[in-house]
Design a protein around this ligand. Sequence first.
Ligand code: PMP
Length: 374
Amino acid sequence: MQELLLIPGPTPVSDDVLDAMSKPVISHTSVEFANLLKETLSYVKDLFGTKNGFPFVITGSGTLGMEMAITNILGEKDNLLVLSHGYFGDRFEELAKHLGIEVDKIKANPGEHVDLELLRKTLKEKHYTAVTLTHVDTSTGVLADVETVSKILQEVSPETLFIVDGVCATGGVKEEFDNWKIDVILTGSQKALATPPGLTLLTFSKRAIEKRNSIKPRTYYGDILKWIPVMEDGTKYFATPSVNLFFSLHQSLKDIFDMGLENYFKKHEDLARRVRNAMNELGLKLVAKRPAPTLSVFLYPEGIDDKTFRGRLKDHGVVIANTLAELYGKGFRIGHMGSITKDELLVAVSKIAETFEELGVKVSKGNVINAFLS
Ligand code: PMP
C-alpha cells in the first residue's frame, strides 16, 4: 500500500516531477543545464515576488539556505535579532551562536506572535545588523506577519537587514521580496514546491550582496560570491550541482506556474480551510492564532497518546508528524501543501476520525466528512 505522506515536508511528489528526475544525467556545465538553470532562476524570482533580487538555487537542504543567509551578511562585528515563533525560529539563534555571532531573541508563546511593541522598543534600544523572521514556523503552524515586521524595520531601523525563512511558506503563500524590502529570503524544495528534498532556493537584495562584499564570510561552499558567476552563467563551475534534482525542481515550478501562482495559493487556502473545518468537528484545537495555509498543528483531546494515535493512523496508511519542542507529545502536525489533493486529504481526515473512534473518542465520521466537503 502506498502511504499517504502528510507530514509538513517532505511532501509527495507528482509523477511528472519524479519522471523528470529519472532522466539521464547531463553535464553540469552543459548549455542544456545552463538553460534549465536560467529558466529555474526566473521562476524563483517570480515565486519570491522580486524583479531586483539576485536568485540562487544551491544543492543542500533548507538549513544550508539559513546558514548562507547568516554567513554572507554577518561578519565578526555584527549582531543578530531573532524573531521566533517556534523551533525553526530558534534554529537561527542556535546557528548564529554556533558561529560565534552575538544574538538576541524575541520569542512568542506557542501559537502566538512576537510582541510587536517589544520589537519596536528593542530596535530603538540597540542596533542590529540583521533581523530574522520565519514566515511559517513548521513547529507551531504560525504564519508570521512579514509585511508588518518589515514596516516596523523601515520605520525604526531601516539599515537593519531583513532575513526571511520561507521554507514552509514559499509557494503556499504570497511572498513579496521587493515590496516587503526583504534582504535575504530562502526556502527548500521539499515542502509547498513539491520537489524531493535537497535544494535550497534563495534571493539576495543588492544591499545584502554589498554587505557580503564588506565581510569575511565564515563559509566556503555557501559563499555567494562563489555562486554568483554560476547563477549568471550555468556553464561556469564552482561545485557540482545535483543535476537531477534541478530537473525535478524545474518541472515542479513549471507545473506551478502553468497552474498560476495565485491559483496555487488559493488551492492551499482551500485545503487548509477544509482540514480545519473537519478537525474542528472532531473538537481539536488549532495551536496557531493566525494559522498558515501550508500546515496545521492540532492539540490532542484529553487521554490520547501521541505514539499510539500516529502509529494506528500509519497502519491505516496515513503518515502525519509529531509536535516539537514545548509541544512534544501534545498534538500532531499535518501538511496540506504542495501536490496534495482534496481527495487525498478527504481520505486522511476520515482515517483520522476512524482512528480517534478506535481510541475511544466519540466521533461522527459523517459530520467530519461533511465539514471537510462544505
Ligand atoms: N525552516 C523551516 C521553517 C523548516 O520547516 C525547516 C525544515 N522543516 C527548516 C527551516 C530546515 O530545513 P531542512 O530540514 O530542509 O534543512
